[in-house]
Write a protein that binds this ligand. Structure first.
Ligand SMILES: *Cc1c(COP(=O)(O)O)cnc(C)c1O
Length: 369
């Protein structure tokens, strides 16, 4: 009920419970890093900063909402959470959060990833979660995020001790993620910047994007850019309409940019960006013209990822690399125009469990979609 209250709240601020802060503080505040070596390699006058969300236990921004979701469910007497996961980033984040609050965690994992990407399944199991390939009723189907949501919702409605938990898209999830942008605002000020001119993040369901950018929406003169894959171009080519969040049609209808709830995106390496819809809040801001969106094919994204790794040193997640691609292009445009702009982006996660994707890229096996 607390989460539903947050979903429909019109309050400008909602307090973070102390029990949640006690968990978040084990990796927050996350570092704000200036990408000086990338700037130098590009020869840009732009100053590039990123918020490093890869330092969380699960290696991405997702625990920022997994932790409060587990907490509020625990307080209301729920003992088990069900959810879906694509490549495993959300499932591993929720498994971690459930372990912190002694909840059981049941994860329906898209079958193709379950079979091909065992390491995140192992992480979930290490934290005590149990993982089942989806769709459960069709062992020959590779699965999709939409059908895994259907399996997780069916599980939750069939048991009194279980609630369903969603890792992106919904208002309360974006609310929890605003901790990223709120911290970044203070850290930029500490770095002597009056604020960003441009905020960039990758956009799957919209939670890391909303998390870093929503606190800057009221600020005049801040350009905000969402980056998505060309193979799943929800904001750039979808239609604005009411649609279901899952394939089967069990969720409430949401007003959003959508490619249709039966759209199954091609299998690209940025599994976290393969979602047919987008957060209603983000969709609204795009429709209103406050937020821009751009789409990139995955080869260009990996070009940027490798350039980042070879300058900054860390290896970004393929999802994160979409933001990096756009940041590099914007920084090169600033070089052309001689603008000294401040660019802030969300380093949403590390790519240390995505090395097979880098291997495909480096050895000419990446499919261009
Ligand atoms: C899940 C994920 C994303 C995309 O999800 P959003 O809800 O759009 O933030 C981006 N980056 C990483 C590293 C992820 O794990």
């Amino acid at each position: 009920m607390a989460l539903i209250g947050q979903e429909v709240s019109t309050d400008p601020w909602i307090d973070i419970p102390g029990e949640v802060i006690d968990v978040l503080r084990s990796w927050r505040p996350t570092p704000l890093v200036r990408a000086e070596r990338l700037e130098a390699a590009l020869g840009t006058p732009a100053r590039i900063y990123f918020k490093d969300e890869s330092v969380s236990p699960a290696g991405s921004h997702k625990p920022n909402t997994a932790v409060p979701q587990a907490f509020y469910n625990k307080v209301e007497g729920i003992s088990r959470l069900s959810t879906e996961t694509g490549a495993g980033q959300w499932g591993s984040s929720l498994a971690y959060a459930c372990s912190r609050f002694d909840l059981e965690c049941k994860v329906y994992m898209v079958r193709a990833s379950f079979e091909q990407k065992p390491y995140r399944r192992m992480m979930m199991e290490v934290w005590g979660g149990s993982v089942e390939p989806s769709p459960v009723d069709d062992p020959s189907h590779p699965g999709s995020l939409g059908s895994a949501i259907s399996d997780a919702v069916r599980d939750a409605v069939s048991r009194a001790d279980t609630h369903y938990s969603l890792g992106s898209v919904l208002n309360h999830v974006l609310l929890h993620q605003t901790v990223i942008g709120l911290e970044a605002k203070e850290q930029l000020a500490m770095a002597g910047e009056s604020g960003p001119n441009l905020v960039v993040a990758s956009c799957g369901g919209g939670s890391n994007f909303g998390g870093i950018s929503l606190p800057f929406v009221p600020d005049a003169g801040v350009d905000i850019l969402a980056v998505e894959p060309s193979s799943c171009p929800t904001l750039t080519e979808g239609r604005f309409d009411y649609d279901f969040g899952d394939t089967v049609g069990l969720t409430p209808l949401l007003p959003m940019y959508t490619l249709g709830h039966e759209f199954v995106p091609p299998s690209i390496h940025a599994g976290g960006l393969r979602y047919h819809g987008d957060a209603p809040i983000v969709s609204n801001l795009v429709q209103a013209g406050r937020v821009r969106a751009v789409a990139y094919p995955q080869r260009k994204v990996f070009d940027a990822a490798v350039q980042f790794a070879r300058t900054q040193g860390t290896i970004p997640a393929p999802e994160t690399s979409h933001a990096i691609r756009a940041v590099i292009d914007e920084a090169l445009a600033a070089k052309e125009s001689g603008e000294e702009k401040v660019i802030l982006f969300c380093y949403s996660g590390h790519g240390l469990l995505d090395l097979a994707a880098y291997d495909d890229y480096l050895h000419g096996r990446l499919i261009e979609v």
